[in-house]
Design a protein. Structure first.
Length: 88
């Protein structure tokens, strides 16, 4: 943070009025920024295994590939019991 110069007065110019600006709120958008953040904290023992973000991303992508391969291809199930009148 910058240090405030004691010689500078905290006054607005004559053409401005404090009431024109409405209520000021400190940290007004802090909640939105925190919600949209994608920062992930790793446990110390996990962070020792990965030297950088690229290593973490590579490991996670490999894990995703393994999970997809283990699940196998998706199969469609046949619908039963609903035939149109033309097939009866």
């Amino acid at each position: 943070m910058k240090k405030v110069d004691p010689a500078v007065k905290d006054e607005l110019r004559d053409e401005y009025k404090r009431s024109d600006f409405g209520k000021m709120v400190r940290g007004k958008y802090a909640g939105k920024i925190a919600e949209s953040s994608n920062v992930v904290l790793l446990d110390p023992e996990v962070s020792k295994a990965f030297p950088n973000d690229q290593a973490v991303n590579d490991a996670l992508r490999s894990l995703i590939d393994i999970a997809k391969a283990a699940a196998g291809p998706a199969t469609r199930t046949k619908r039963r019991g609903t035939r149109s009148a033309a097939h009866s």
